[in-house]
Design a protein around this ligand. Structure first.
Ligand SMILES: Cc1cc2nc3c(=O)[nH]c(=O)nc-3n(C[C@H](O)[C@H](O)[C@H](O)COP(=O)(O)OP(=O)(O)OC[C@H]3O[C@@H](n4cnc5c(N)ncnc54)[C@H](O)[C@@H]3O)c2cc1C
Ligand code: SF4
Length: 883
């Protein structure tokens, strides 16, 4: 009997009958596929027919292994969490961590674990994934030799590289054995840790499983440009120790040698089928548990899914097919008839600065297949499409150096391409996305979402924006490579449905913020009234809460003037209006600027004295400065007089503008620091202070890859390297946290500042109202690459203009509070009651807590008023009342 052939198998068992209560589903392996399986089961098994237990060898809940490399560039283990954590709190779900399954007894239907526990099952799913292969090279067990599969692996690797850097006081010399997808990711990871790296490839070119020779050669040039050396056709014969007994040298079959401090082995994976083999289940020719199209093994009570499953004759080392298998298993458990649809093995390299994608029959193995190739060796671009013998149907492709067409070409696999195929490869058509995708074309292969499902999210489920479509369909929520296409499909559908995807600011201005910015800049208009006259829907419009602050913000950059100057004062929103942050009890908070978080003892004393004298609650903010709460509006000028006299200036905590540049102490004090991060942070904060923008802007600077300043959580994050600075953009916290992405590497300080200037000014110019940098980058044509092209390569020819505008900002900056204190007119607005300017607001009441004042609750006020409660300090006319 051929276990691979479903027709040779007995009729599928009924997995759903439930004689008494929920049946026991046991999943061995707590990886990505197990997580998807449990998620799908809990979403579909509304009746609670199954109780699921997951036995995980690793000591943590399933995590995003695909994103493992991001751990090197600042992400923490917790950032890699998958899905909704509440899944593991479901009463029908149990996750047993840190206890490996060691034996299956098929007769009694039990699994035993390393801790000696025994688990009975009605159905067992093996989702044990793979382990990283280790070739039998002598010396492969030396300290300093690593594989790259689990969080513990990458944590150990990171620790080792950091230790070596400290020990030797020079850049760590790294080597990666294996030039496939994973090897190149590992090389990038070593670089991110500040190490040098050399990739050693046994075969004739890099990524030989995915790209052809031409593509591999173009890829090699791109990899070299990143500073990574490559040796092809090289077999490693020995790993030799150094004097300390750790790995110190690699020796090759051709007689060559390479001195190393760390080696990462990325030569492939081996399916974790040991349990299944010991239990007598069939293994595939290259390992893996043999299963049929329903993911069932030869034992009807045991399925396998994910990398460990040998399905349709092979194990597949990608997550999307594993997810598809998980869905099939769940469907079958619930009485469905799903079968594995076949694997989409399309791959895209996740290495910043190197665009590589391969999909379908990339090697043109289909009989009669035709190849169309376009190559630009100078530009490092190689593109190939593989077509059927009539040159119509797309069979596969390889894109190196420019994979922008990947998202739109991949769903066309197996379909006729509209128009001339060559047009897809030529540079002038890049970026064009053809939207005539049939409904059944898969757009998101990680989550198996078709173009039709995305269209239906708009037409049937009323989704009108990208977050809505993502939440509704799950498209774009895993690797994210399909997001541009999802967005374009959504927009096209909205437009088709007659929903004008309006970019108008409001009823008074029929333009987007970016269009209005350009209009104001080009015409040189300097006042709101003029803007309305020229560009308003009605020339006499007075504007609203939406357009007024937008115009104020635009004018602040194009025609700098004080925020409270003349007509501009009327445009500001509540906080800008009094240059302080309104709090819930009607009082204000005051935040002086503390550039880079650096403050002198005298400055601290001055802040402390002001807070003491005015009875202000003080708190250190997340941006490394001191916030003083509980100030009445009439107290603001007095407080600021004292602060300005002590050398402080406005921190703009109230404005849509630069907030802070957070930094660590860097090389001035820290043993690990490679650059002076504090000095750079101060320089940047002084440069961009007061820059008005579509939303708040935060920066961070870390003095080494340890990233103590958490710079990658900022709009602009800068991390020191041995050679200069790596620049990341588009990070933020808040509702939708985002990690900043690498824009450029190893910049010297001058180039860095020029690049940040252009990035910020381009953002100020073109982002929508209240749009942070991360969604703005998503919106820029070409995404991060598009931004990179504008700010680093001046692709729009506007760099000089951006530079000039930033220079104007720097040259015209003045401290808003300092200028206000010198202007009696402006000071008039700081009164509690305009009709009784000397009377403070008596509605403010405070109680003492942990040695400071905080606003009284309604109950505390009431108790105070009727004499039953403790002390409530009511704001009075003199400081003494509060003290
Ligand atoms: C650095 C890196 C980058 C990658 N990038 C991509 C990518 O870009 N695209 C892509 O599609 N794929 C990528 N992959 C592959 C992808 O991560 C895997 O295909 C996916 O994780 C497979 O899921 P799985 O659940 O089958 O196996 P795993 O995620 O490996 O999970 C299996 C789990 O089972 C546990 N286990 C094994 N034996 C036992 C036992 N006896 N008892 C209990 N637990 C056990 C293991 O410890 C492990 O936690 C990448 C992998 C790595 C390492
Ligand atoms: S990030 Fe800064 S403080 Fe942290 S280790 Fe590096 S230099 Fe030191």
């Amino acid at each position: 009997m051929d276990a691979n052939d479903p027709t040779d198998r007995p009729a599928p068992p009924d997995l759903t009958s439930s004689p008494q209560g929920p049946r026991q589903l046991l999943v061995v392996g707590g990886g990505m596929v197990a997580q998807r399986l449990v998620e799908a089961l809990r979403a579909r098994d509304a009746a609670g027919a199954w109780r699921v237990t997951v036995l995980a060898e690793e000591p943590r809940a399933p995590y995003d292994r695909v994103a493992l490399t991001s751990y090197f560039s600042g992400r923490r283990a917790s950032d890699l969490a998958l899905g909704d954590e509440s899944l593991w709190a479901d009463p029908l779900v149990r996750l047993v961590r840190g206890d490996a399954a060691v034996g299956i007894d098929r007769e009694s239907q039990t699994v035993t674990t390393a801790s000696g526990r025994s688990w009975r099952y009605d159905h067992l799913v093996l989702a044990t994934g793979s382990s990283a292969s280790m070739p039998p090279i002598p010396g492969n067990d030396l300290p300093g030799v690593f594989v790259y599969r689990t969080l513990d692996d990458v944590a150990a690797l990171r620790g080792w590289v950091e230790e070596q850097a400290q020990r030797w006081g020079r850049p760590v010399r790294g080597a990666v054995i294996g030039g496939g997808l994973l090897g190149l990711e590992a090389a990038g990871a070593l670089q991110a840790l500040g190490a040098r790296s050399t990739v050693i490839q046994f075969g004739s070119h890099l990524m030989s499983a995915q790209v052809d020779l031409g593509g591999g050669q173009a890829l090699r040039r791109l990899i070299n440009q990143l500073g990574v050396a490559v040796r092809v056709d090289t077999a490693t014969t020995h790993m030799r120790p150094n004097r300390q007994g750790a790995v110190g040298r690699l020796e090759f079959a051709d007689g060559g040698r390479l001195d190393v401090d760390v080696v990462v082995v990325a030569t492939g994976v081996t399916p974790r089928d040991e349990l299944a083999r010991a239990a007598g289940l069939d293994a595939g020719p290259r390992g893996g548990v043999v299963v049929d199209d329903t993911c069932l093994s030869a034992d009807p009570a045991i399925s396998a899914a994910g990398e460990v499953a040998c399905i349709q004759g092979a194990c597949i080392g990608l997550v999307a097919p594993g997810y598809a298998m998980a869905e099939v298993v769940v469907d079958r458990l619930l009485g469905g008839a799903a079968t594995f649809p076949g694997a989409d093995t399309a791959t895209k390299l996740k290495l910043a600065g190197v665009d590589v994608a391969s999909f379908g029959d990339a090697f043109a193995r289909t009989p009669g297949a035709l190849e169309i190739v376009w190559a630009d060796p100078v530009g490092g671009v190689y593109k190939k499409l593989v077509l059927s013998d009539d040159a119509r149907t797309l069979l596969g492709g390889v894109l190196v150096g420019d994979a922008s067409e990947y998202a739109s070409l991949r769903p066309m696999l197996g379909r006729e391409l509209p128009g001339d195929p060559a047009a897809y490869l030529l540079p002038q058509t890049s970026g064009e996305v053809r939207l005539e995708l049939p409904d059944d074309a898969t757009v998101c292969s990680c989550n198996n979402v078709t173009a039709g499902t995305i269209r239906a999210a708009v037409t049937d489920h009323d989704c009108t924006d990208l977050p809505g479509v993502k939440a509704c369909t799950k498209a774009g929520t895993s690797c994210g490579s399909c997001v541009p296409l999802v967005k374009k499909l959504m927009t096209a559908e909205l437009e088709k449905a007659g929903v004008t995807v309006s970019r108008a600011l409001c009823e008074h201005v029929d333009m987007s913020r970016a269009q209005l910015y350009d209009a104001v800049r080009v015409t040189g208009i300097t006042s709101f009234s003029e803007v309305m006259r020229r560009f308003g829907t009605r020339p006499d419009a007075r504007g609203c809460d939406v357009c007024k602050p937008v115009v104020a913000s635009i004018l602040a950059t194009t025609a700098p003037a004080h925020v409270l100057e003349g007509e501009r004062a009327t445009l500001q929103d509540t906080n800008d209006h009094v240059m302080a942050n309104l709090q819930k009890d009607g009082s204000y908070s005051v935040v002086p600027r503390i550039p880079g978080g650096e403050v002198t003892p005298e400055g601290l004393l001055a802040i402390g004295q002001v807070a003491l004298d005015y009875g202000l609650y003080t708190k250190i903010t997340g941006g490394q400065r001191i916030d003083m709460f509980g100030a009445r509006i009439d107290q603001l000028p007095g407080i600021w007089r004292r602060l300005v006299d002590a050398g402080f200036e406005s921190g703009h905590a109230y404005g849509k503008s630069l907030r802070t540049v957070k930094s660590c102490v860097g090389s001035a004090w820290c043993r690990f620091g490679v650059q002076d991060s504090a000095a750079l942070a101060v320089e940047l904060e002084l440069r961009y202070r007061g820059l008005r923008s579509p939303h708040k802007i935060k920066l961070g600077v870390s003095g080494c890859a340890r990233e103590c300043a958490e710079a990658r959580g900022k709009d602009v994050g800068i991390i020191a390297t041995d050679k200069g600075w790596n620049l990341y953009v588009g990070g933020n916290g808040g509702f939708t946290p985002r990690h900043a992405q690498l824009l450029a590497e190893d910049l010297d300080t001058e180039t860095l500042i020029r690049t940040v200037d252009r990035f910020l000014m381009y953002y100020v110019r073109t982002a929508d109202r209240l749009q942070r940098t991360a969604p703005w980058i998503d919106d820029v044509e070409g995404g991060l690459d598009g931004v990179r092209a504008v700010v680093l390569e001046d692709s729009l020819g506007i760099a000089a203009d951006l530079d000039a505008q930033m220079t104007q900002h720097v040259d015209t900056y003045e401290d808003e509070w300092g200028a206000t204190l010198d202007d009696p007119e402006k000071l008039l607005r700081f009164a509690s009651f305009v009709n009784a300017p000397t009377t403070p607001d008596p509605s403010l009441a405070y109680v003492e807590e942990r040695g400071q004042a905080r606003p009284a609750t309604a109950a505390e006020r009431a108790a105070h008023d009727d004499g039953t409660g403790g002390a409530v300090l009511v704001a009075g006319t003199t400081l003494a009342v509060r003290s």
